[in-house]
Design a protein around this ligand. Sequence first.
Ligand code: NAD
Ligand code: IPM
Ligand code: MN
Length: 355
Amino acid sequence: MRNYTISVIPGDGIGKEVMPEGIRVLERAASLYGFTIAQKWQDFACCDYYAKHGQMMPDDWKAQIGKPDAIFFGAVGWPNTVPDHVSLWGSLLQFRREYDQYVNLRPVRLMPGVPCPLVGREPGDIDFWVVRENTEGEYSSVGGKMFPGTDREIVIQETVMTRHGTDRVLRYAFDLAATRDRKHVTSATKSNGIAITMPWWDERVEEMAKNYPTVTHDKYHIDILTAQFVLNPDRFDVVVASNLFGDILSDLGPACTGTIGVAPSGNINPDGTHPSLFEPVHGSAPDIAGKGIANPVGQIWSAAMMLEHLGEADAAAAIMRAVETVLAEPGLRTGDLKGKANTEQCGKAIADALT
Ligand code: NAD
Ligand code: IPM
Ligand code: MN
């Protein structure tokens, strides 16, 4: 029997509502495919914990998490009570950095039967990966405030890109493209306006590409790239981007397939020296939290990515088949996909469809 241990961190808002559906599907997959998943639930990395303790996580959070095979995460943030930069820098961004999860892998795929907001697009037209740099770039803590509260106030936040950090995520993107049919990498740049870091990013892409003679590549400035996502999504195979550009593209891509509610992500430490973390792309959605109507597919697809990462490829593929079966049924979809089901009904339908 194969046995895995995961750390389960539901977080805030709809994170707490979609997590049980992710767990339901994981448990069913484990029983069908002959492995066990031991769950260690954590009560931190959420704004309730902050209300009690004045910080998002205990000082010894790493010791409390221990050495799980992976971390299964919901969503964090409750801006009415804790400012977003405090809650996010105190939790999710800590995990990404401290566990050196330098790749944020985010698939974008139009599923059969799902109403596509882009007219005339079929499944297969939209099927690509966003590979987002996840530990540096525009998300830096280098900078500061001067003369606060005066009319001379200055705020500076530096973008930090290292050769080590950039090359390793580019290598991951080219390696991924080399395994795919189309073998194509698109780089998101802005080297016309951001005249130090982005021309340098372009150079690193060119250098990396030399190692991959079978992989083609091109680049678009981020502004027109967002337009191309909408107008010509069939152009893309693997899209590699800096931290902020990747963040934006990985909401836009799934929105082009119907909803961000289905989008999953893997915050991957490819070296395997630290646990990787799997979570939906979406946030805690305060506007719909508490109603039981959130789409659980982003969490469930994240479970499939986690199983793939653990080496349970058959179970992961089975989950994706079940997701496709259910999403093709309007009656089983949630409201963001013009369906009538609630979170639990959709999650149960996916668990029941698993074979
Ligand atoms: P959001 O992703 O939470 O919500 C954006 C919109 O999408 C909302 O209208 C919401 O109802 C809808 N939506 C999101 N997920 C959905 C789902 N599963 N089913 C149906 N509809 C869904 O983004 P936001 O409103 O910018 O952020 C809300 C909070 O979440 C903030 O505190 C933000 O910082 C945080 N956040 C956290 C993460 C994360 O934990 N990874 C990601 C993004 C935002
Ligand atoms: C995401 C989120 C986070 C990010 C926020 C909540 C800090 O938007 O995971 O995409 O920007 O990385
Ligand atoms: Mn985001």
